[in-house]
Design a protein around this ligand. Structure first.
Ligand SMILES: [Zn+2]
Length: 603
């Protein structure tokens, strides 16, 4: 159950076949250490080029290439140290490596901090003349344009330096939040289904709130928010301070709002955000219908916020060993074509994946790597359907990385977060479709349909709710309106009522949900989960339509990396994210599957 202590193998006991092969990054640790030394020397050397960008085209090209080369090699060293550290966080050698590269990162930033401002200060005519006399420079033109984008929002060198040296101070509110939320906050003991005493924590809450025993999830919900209630004024203060930082930054950099400033960095027009919220509002009745179905299936007189996460369709009768999951993933993704699955097979065969749990291994799952490495994946494998979803999700990221790094030069060999979650959740959507076709059994159909509907609830509706809250709190502060725990909670409660609709009891506790969400300490980040998932839903439908040009368009997006701005890259797939259609398409699928699930319970 929740607190059971599992006997995990030591790192050294894990079958090598199930570990990632990092010798392809650096043959061994001594090579890594040597590279770090070389980098160190070259970073020092780079600082000497300061002031030379205006000399001539040749010098400009030389320094630019040095800059890119340093970044490229530094990234490789960085991912090596962090992956080594993640495979066993208790291993002091790699803790040390992690610290070494972090120190190196700071040094790297200091030594290169002059580069971007100096580049921005070059007059346009000079740059144009550089492009003419060194035509090779055109290969980095979009990269340079990306840097120049900030030109109108950059202050003079002295002010920028001052701001840079104050950057740690701007982190304070987030740091205080994290320490309070993760270390100082003490939650009470609650009881699980068998009456066992459980220490409530962020981790155990996530499990308890899904309990099929209503008493258990109710108690967890109430006790969690009782704790937050005691500290709500502190949480309101840390959040407000953070918001103030964003608004201050936007103001001094000549932006209309913090939201505009945040989206501008990726060249995303604000209409993308507005369109998302408009479409979500329009389709809230679908969420209300889903909530009503939940109420009906749970046979409760009143549906509470603590009833939102408990399963309504019974257990998934689908278990997969890792070997079986590999086969299933390959089949589900085969609609993306032979080339795609060939590289998926490569991921399995060439040990890109660190599969099983071991003592000290970082929890969760991710896709990592950099331009000069394979796109590695970290998993903590369990034999269930959820892990099959995780596998295809991370595989989506890794294939995106593979296609990008093999089709773009280094300067375009990555992609923004805005695009990242589209590749991963497209795969999830393809898996959903595949499973629905493969398993006609009623109970499995219901489970998968509900898994999908829950995914949309959590990734489109809930993240849009967060995005709306984030927008509101920034606007309120910008307008000079007071923001204490009282105002924030009152707004949040109303917002929650709007999203979940009349079938949910508006429990007073939920008014404090804002206090515990770490994402509000990012900077207009969460909306991308919603736009990404909606886009992925629309794309997977296009891929499954049988129109081969749709698959080609999709692969073109995977290959494009950051060679163009994110919205332009998405257009290669035929999706225009400034328009309503991709969201309409995504909600159409949601409605169709909601109909299906509703009907399956009528019979
Ligand atoms: Zn992801």
């Amino acid at each position: 159950m929740t607190q059971e202590i599992k006997k995990l193998p030591k790192r050294s006991e894990v079958d090598e076949k199930l570990t990632w092969d990092l010798t392809k990054v650096f043959a061994d640790d001594t090579v890594f250490e040597q590279e770090l030394k070389n980098l160190n020397a070259q970073i020092n050397e780079f600082a000497q080029a300061k002031g030379s960008l205006s000399k001539d085209a040749h010098q400009f090209k030389k320094v630019l290439n040095q800059y890119l080369d340093l970044m490229r090699r530094f990234e490789k060293a960085y991912v090596y140290a962090s992956m080594k550290n993640d495979q066993d966080t208790a291993d002091t050698k790699y803790q040390g490596y992690q610290e070494l590269v972090s120190a190196q990162a700071t040094k790297f930033e200091e030594a290169t901090s002059w580069f971007e401002p100096e580049l921005m200060a070059l007059p346009e005519e000079v740059l144009n003349q550089y492009y003419e006399s060194e035509p090779e420079l055109n290969e980095t033109k979009h990269f340079i344009d990306g840097l120049l984008l900030m030109k109108a929002h950059t202050l003079d060198a002295q002010k920028e330096e001052m701001l840079a040296s104050a950057s740690e101070i701007f982190q304070t509110s987030e740091n205080v939040f994290e320490i309070l939320n993760n270390a100082d906050l003490k939650f009470p003991i609650v009881e699980d289904e068998e009456g066992k005493q459980i220490q409530l924590s962020h981790g155990t809450y996530a499990t308890l709130i899904q309990s099929t025993d209503r008493k258990v999830r109710k108690e967890a919900f109430e006790k969690l928010y009782e704790t937050y209630d005691q500290f709500k004024h502190t949480f309101a203060t840390t959040l407000l301070s953070h918001v103030k930082g964003h608004n201050f930054n936007a103001k001094i950099r000549n932006f209309d709002s913090a939201r505009q400033a945040s989206l501008y960095a990726n060249h995303i027009p604000e209409s993308v955000y507005d369109t998302l919220l408009k479409q979500v509002h329009k389709h809230l009745p679908l969420l209300h219908r889903y909530v009503a179905l939940r109420k009906k299936l749970l046979h409760v007189e009143e549906l509470h916020m603590y009833d939102i996460y408990t399963p309504i369709t019974g257990k998934a009768h689908l278990t997969y060993t890792y070997e079986e999951a590999k086969k299933e993933a390959l089949e589900a993704l085969s609609v993306l074509g032979k080339d795609y699955t060939k590289h998926v097979q490569e991921a399995f065969d060439e040990r890109w994946i660190d599969v099983v749990e071991n003592q000290g291994k970082r929890s969760g799952a991710y896709s990592s790597g950099t331009y000069d490495t394979a796109p590695y994946m970290l998993l903590n494998w369990q034999d269930n359907l959820e892990n099959l979803y995780t596998l295809v999700h991370e595989m989506g990221h890794s294939m995106h990385s593979w296609y990008t790094t093999h089709n773009q030069p280094y300067q375009y060999g990555d992609y923004s977060i805005f695009l990242a979650e589209i590749a991963s959740t497209t795969n999830e959507n393809l898996l959903t479709d595949y499973l629905l076709k493969k398993y006609p059994q009623k109970e499995i159909q219901q489970y998968i349909l509900n898994h999908y509907l829950d995914g949309v609830k959590g990734t489109i509706f809930r993240q849009a709710q967060f995005a709306e809250f984030e927008q509101w709190i920034h606007q309120q502060n910008q307008a000079g309106n007071p923001l204490t725990a009282k105002e924030i909670s009152e707004y949040y409660q109303k917002l929650n009522e709007k999203y979940y609709g009349p079938d949910v009891i508006s429990d007073p506790q939920i008014a404090l949900e804002w206090a515990r969400i770490p994402h509000f300490y990012y900077n207009f980040y969460v909306y991308q989960y919603a736009t990404g998932f909606a886009c992925a839903s629309a794309l997977s439908q296009a891929i499954l339509s049988g129109d081969a040009t749709k698959v080609d368009g999709y692969l073109d997006y995977l290959k494009a990396g950051s060679s163009d701005y994110p919205l332009e890259v998405m257009k290669k797939t035929g999706v225009d994210m400034t328009q309503d259609k991709y969201l309409e398409d995504a909600f159409d699928v949601f409605e169709k599957r909601l109909d299906q699930l509703e009907k399956s319970f009528e019979k």
